[in-house]
Design a protein around this ligand. Structure first.
Ligand SMILES: [Zn+2]
Length: 428
């Protein structure tokens, strides 16, 4: 059986040579004038002030002081002892400077462990190590970052600091012990993506070729109840459809899809969420957050992505090459370069947002990015790192979203869910 690994999250070798053209400021400036002419005088004045060559970020920060993102995987610089926080990281899509440029002030950092680590029995050890490491690193930069464990710790007036909250991607570190949920809550973990690309003790994954539980396991059902009780958000990204419906039946709190697109645009791709599921999720009061990668957003990109993965696996299998070897890695990198997949744009992200809004309303759409979680190669044009959020805001403004709606999409909705989940836990 050929293993298809979607969303290759563990990437030691970024394809550095592959860079898209830098943003075309001339083009943006032209559109920008058009945009400014559409806005009210007040807004246009604000947009005029110091916006620099084609960028909107810092200005809109004043209009919309709270933007948030979710599902950013850990950045390499966090592990570098001597990293200069006032320099941009050459490899990571999230760092202090880019966050400031993009007007970002709250980040959910995903503590990710792989299915392979689960097989080796080291998920908990690995996640504990990562949490400790991030705590220690951020401690060095207290003027720039603040690690928080509850929504009540956010000071709406403090626009300088970047708040950091832990998420957990893949529930394997919970092992088979419900007590570990309390342990991670104390560490500050506020959402858990139940699985990754393989089934685990909690549930079936959308990406696994076999179904172990046909949804949630019995242990998984107890995990859901305990997460409701403790106030940890349940994240359905990566889980199978049957797992999703099992969760919906049990949960007493809103659930989130931290980084899933609309399946409407990628028929048959279970990793994205279909219309019926979006409606069910909205009924819980949750939010669907759109990731910024080609294969989530466009059918042609999704098809080519899978075709490439199939061809790569076939070649490695037929030639008995260890997929973890350096040779396999080099081969794969070259293959992607020779066989590029169709590119998505900011418009595709906005189309997914529009789709959710039309289906269930603006209260249930958000942004998931998946920065640092997918290869740089697959990231959406003009949304390739945290500094580029304003390009999405700009597209939403062109589509006549109000300031109020944009605030919800860019983070207000996920904060509403977090608050609600905490409240339900308090009254449990
Ligand atoms: Zn993921």
């Amino acid at each position: 059986m050929i293993e298809r690994i979607l969303e290759p999250e563990v990437m030691d070798n970024e394809i550095e040579a592959y860079e898209y053209d830098e943003m075309d400021f001339t083009e943006v400036n032209t559109d920008f004038a058009l945009l400014a002419s559409k806005l009210s005088n007040d807004q246009a004045t604000v947009l005029d002030v110091g916006c620099g060559p084609g960028r909107i970020p810092l200005i809109l920060t004043d209009l919309r002081p709270k933007w948030h993102i979710i599902a950013i995987d850990l950045a390499e610089w966090i592990f570098q002892e001597d990293f200069d926080i006032y320099q941009k990281s050459p490899t990571d899509q999230f760092d202090f400077v880019k966050a400031k440029e993009g007007g970002l002030n709250l980040v959910f950092l995903a503590i990710f462990t792989s299915p392979r680590q689960a097989e080796e029995g080291i998920s908990k050890e690995k996640s504990d190590f990562l949490i400790n490491k991030v705590e220690k690193s951020l401690n060095k930069w207290q003027k720039e970052f603040k690690l928080i464990k509850s929504i009540s710790e956010i000071d709406e007036n403090d626009k300088d600091i970047i708040y950091v909250v832990f998420g957990m991607e893949n529930g394997s570190p919970i092992e088979d012990k419900l007590d570990n949920l309390s342990f991670y809550l104390k560490k500050g973990v506020r959402y858990i993506t139940l699985s990754h690309y393989k089934n685990n003790l909690i549930c079936d994954s959308a990406n696994d070729s076999v179904r172990t539980w046909n949804g949630l396991s019995e242990f998984g059902e107890n995990v859901i109840k305990e997460m409701n009780r403790l106030g940890i958000m349940i994240d359905v990204s990566h889980v199978s459809d049957s797992t999703f419906y099992d969760i919906i039946k049990i949960t007493e709190a809103p659930v989130i899809a931290s980084h899933s697109g609309c399946r409407y645009f990628t028929p048959g791709f279970e990793r994205n969420i279909n219309d019926e599921m979006i409606i069910e999720l909205a009924k819980t009061g949750g939010v669907v957050q759109i990731p910024f990668a080609d294969f989530f957003l466009r059918e042609d990109a999704n098809r080519k992505f899978h075709q490439n993965e199939y061809e790569i696996s076939k070649y490695l299998n037929e030639n008995q090459i260890d997929p973890r070897s350096q040779y396999a890695d080099d081969f794969e990198n070259k293959y992607w370069l020779k066989n590029p997949i169709p590119k998505s744009s900011v418009k595709d992200v906005a189309d997914h947002i529009d789709h959710i809004v039309k289906l269930v309303g603006v209260d249930y759409a958000g942004i998931g990015s998946d920065f640092n979680g997918v290869r740089k190669l697959f990231l959406t044009e003009k949304l390739k790192d945290c500094s580029e959020y304003p390009n999405l805001i700009y597209e939403l403004l062109l589509r006549n979203y109000s300031d109020e709606d944009i605030k919800k999409i860019m983070g207000g909705n996920i904060l509403r869910v977090w608050k609600e989940v905490e409240k339900i836990a308090e009254n449990y």
